[in-house]
Ligand binder design. Structure first.
Ligand code: PLP
Length: 377
């Protein structure tokens, strides 16, 4: 939530327009919490969650590795001080040219989820490790990723065997249980499948060594979420259950859980109105919406806590919308959002826990609005 440093920064600088303020101290604490919760796992920060150079530099200095999705993200991680050995090209959908560029930069760790992608890597990045992503159902996740990435576990056997036969290092298995995953058991099922793949391939003489357990660690929005320590304990238990004395190397790739609660967006109420005289629901229009960085309100999936100077007073339900001339730019309508009755046009509001998936989700200049400004303090 808004730390004193963020509140002081906003009071002293009074930045004009909507902006994100990120407190690096919170990110440092989150990093340290992850290392304590899962001491035997290496951390690969998912760069896409917030790629601000200051964030990447802090994490590089703390010893983090980086999960990247494109050559520019690889270059950003390297510019922040990470050497190529600390970078994973974790997107399963890559142009062969980009695989070659990543390889030329020194990257040797690649995600795949089909034989077609394995063949690209074998052609242009031959001395590489590959890990195969398996599908999960995303059950329990508020921002599921289920269908697009990964293959059935039985197909992963063929993918990894194919990699091995083409001379690549068949290194392991990855999965992502879905973002904002509030079910501690979500990792258990996927780890069981990973262990099955390890055992089956061992019988064929292929020794996998690594399980990439992905992201999914939540940020606290309106509802309480389990602590990182609880996730760590559940994951370590599941690893012991499924791998016993043959513990693999493990990786986690937190994005949201690393930076989500480190940022706050300051926004302004542009208009409050009603659609007819006795409409019980007010429409509150902010100077930020779906196109200004709050894309994760799509389908009302992520409900951000919003604080105002009137908190504590009586509240009433509102439809919350952005300022652009697109009718999709409505954040909460199916489930209206309670805001103080005293809220007025011109008030500033703080949209909390917005450190992840906001700045990079802002459009470039839709309706002439600037992309979301960010201050990293
Ligand atoms: C987006 C992404 C992550 C981060 O997910 P969070 O739920 O934000 O922690 C991790 N790994 C991969 C491969 C991703 O695409």
């Amino acid at each position: 939530m808004a730390t004193q440093r963020i509140i002081d920064f906003l009071a002293q600088n009074r930045p004009e327009g909507p902006c994100l303020v990120v407190d690096l101290d919170v990110i440092q604490r989150n990093y340290e919490t992850f290392t304590r919760a899962l001491p035997d796992s290496r951390i690969f920060y998912a760069v896409k969650a917030n790629p601000a150079p200051e964030v990447l530099s802090l994490l590089a200095d703390l010893g983090s590795n980086f999960d990247t999705a494109s050559v520019p993200e690889i270059e950003m991680a390297m510019a922040a001080g990470a050497s190529a050995e600390r970078i994973s090209f974790g997107n399963t959908i890559k142009k062969e040219r980009d695989i070659a560029r990543a390889y030329a930069l020194g990257v040797r760790l690649f995600a795949v989820d089909c034989v077609e992608e394995v063949e690209k890597i074998a052609r242009v990045a031959p001395a590489s490790r590959v890990f195969c992503r398996i599908l999960t159902d995303g059950f329990g996740a508020e921002w599921p990723l289920s269908r697009k990435f990964g293959c059935a576990p039985t197909m992963a056997l063929d993918v990894l065997q194919h990699a091995h036969h083409l001379g690549l290092d068949a290194y392991g298995v990855s999965f992502h249980v879905g973002s904002q995953q509030c079910n501690l058991d979500a990792w258990n099922t996927a780890l069981g499948e990973a262990a099955m793949i390890f055992r089956t391939l061992a019988e064929k003489g292929i020794t996998l060594r690594m399980v990439n357990m992905g992201g999914g660690f939540p940020t606290r929005y309106l509802r309480d979420v389990p602590k990182t320590e609880a996730y760590g304990a559940a994951i370590v238990d599941a690893l012991h259950d499924h791998f016993g004395n043959h513990m693999p190397e493990t990786i986690i790739e937190p994005g949201r859980g690393m930076v989500g609660d480190a940022g706050v967006i300051k926004a302004e109420v542009v208009l409050i109105s009603r659609k007819h005289e006795d409409d019980p629901v007010r429409w509150v229009y902010l100077d930020i919406g779906k196109f200004g960085g709050l894309a994760e309100t799509m389908d009302e999936a992520i409900r951000y806590p919003i604080t105002t100077i009137h908190d504590g007073g009586a509240v009433a339900p509102c439809v919350l919308a952005g300022p652009t001339c697109d009718s999709a730019d409505v954040m909460y309508e199916k489930k209206p959002y309670d805001l103080p009755i005293a809220l007025t046009i011109g008030d500033e509001v703080l949209i909390e826990a917005t450190g992840a998936y906001t700045t990079t989700y802002a459009s470039v200049a839709f309706n002439g609005f600037s992309p979301l400004a960010a201050y990293i303090i």
